[in-house]
Design a protein around this ligand. Structure first.
Ligand SMILES: Nc1ncnc2c1ncn2[C@@H]1O[C@H](COP(=O)(O)OP(=O)(O)O)[C@@H](O)[C@H]1O
Ligand SMILES: [Mg+2]
Length: 252
């Protein structure tokens, strides 16, 4: 399953995590190549956020290694952007200052902000406070903030789970165009199989099959065809059937 190649960006090597006596992650290994989009799917909720926080450098208490281009990561890095499940905007900062927050407080006049806000369709909202934004707009600000440092790797933890279905599809397409245009490698955590298949080059299926039910990567599926894909093409039914079979769910 672990395939290292010259353009490997991220390598997660035998990552394990315990909370007290409880093992939550059991020897999780994965790689992501430069510019690749990989989804981590785990319908049962067994350690996705834990793994993402470790890769983001936000949790340093784990076993194993997180390497970026072969260099062991010791904490958060400007080369890695993060988008959480909730937008997590600072309510007292306007949109521009929130986008530029990785550079420090009140850095909204940074020229990169205008470009990013235009790319996420919020050029007219730069002075708005978060309380005046819809859920979809707030998450677009969070995506812009995640890309502010022009990271090589963007991590997203169920980023679209709180928005309505149409907004979700729009945000999926926005994400796809942003990371494809910048060739940003992306690790997307989602419990939505169709979302994973639509967006990704590969889908990693995580199940509680490891040590005493700890999260473990059970299966990897290469999604056929290039991006962007047809949302409802015949490829989707085939790939979804393969994933459901892996989960022991009949696709008929
Ligand atoms: N800080 C913590 N202390 C103890 N247990 C935790 C903590 N954070 C998460 N867990 C447990 O670890 C397991 C995996 O959590 P999490 O990574 O949030 O899963 P997921 O994101 O896949 O839903 C859950 O059973 C959760 O209760
Ligand atoms: Mg989670």
């Amino acid at each position: 399953m672990l395939t290292l190649s010259q353009d490997t960006l991220l390598e997660v090597r035998h990552c394990g995590k315990r909370y007290d006596t409880r093992t939550v992650l059991d020897s999780v290994s994965l790689t992501i190549r430069q510019g690749e989009i990989v989804s981590l799917v785990d319908p049962s909720g067994c350690g996705k956020s834990t793994l993402l926080r470790i890769v983001a450098g936000l949790d340093r208490n784990y076993d194993g290694d997180i390497l970026l281009e072969g260099v062991r990561q010791q904490g958060p890095s400007s080369r890695v952007g993060v988008v959480f499940q909730e937008p997590r905007l600072l309510p007292w900062l306007d949109v521009a200052d929130n986008v530029a927050f990785p550079a420090g407080s009140r850095q909204g006049s940074d020229p990169r902000v205008g470009e990013l806000l235009a790319q996420v369709g919020l050029a007219n909202a730069r002075s708005s406070l978060p309380k005046h934004l819809s859920g979809g707009m707030a998450q677009r600000v969070a995506i812009a903030r995640g890309l502010f440092t022009n990271p090589d790797l963007l991590l997203l933890d169920e980023p679209f789970s709180a928005v309505d279905a149409i907004t979700r599809m729009r945000l999926q397409d926005l994400l796809l165009s942003l990371v494809s245009g910048r060739k940003t490698a992306t690790l997307l955590v989602t419990h939505d199989l169709d979302e994973a298949l639509y967006l990704s080059d590969r889908v990693l299926l995580m199940t509680p099959t490891g040590n005493r039910g700890a999260g473990h990567i059970a299966r990897e599926i290469a999604v056929p065809g290039g991006r962007p894909r047809e949302r409802n093409g015949s490829w989707l039914a085939t790939a979804r059937g393969e994933l459901l079979d892996s989960l022991g769910v009949s696709s008929l």
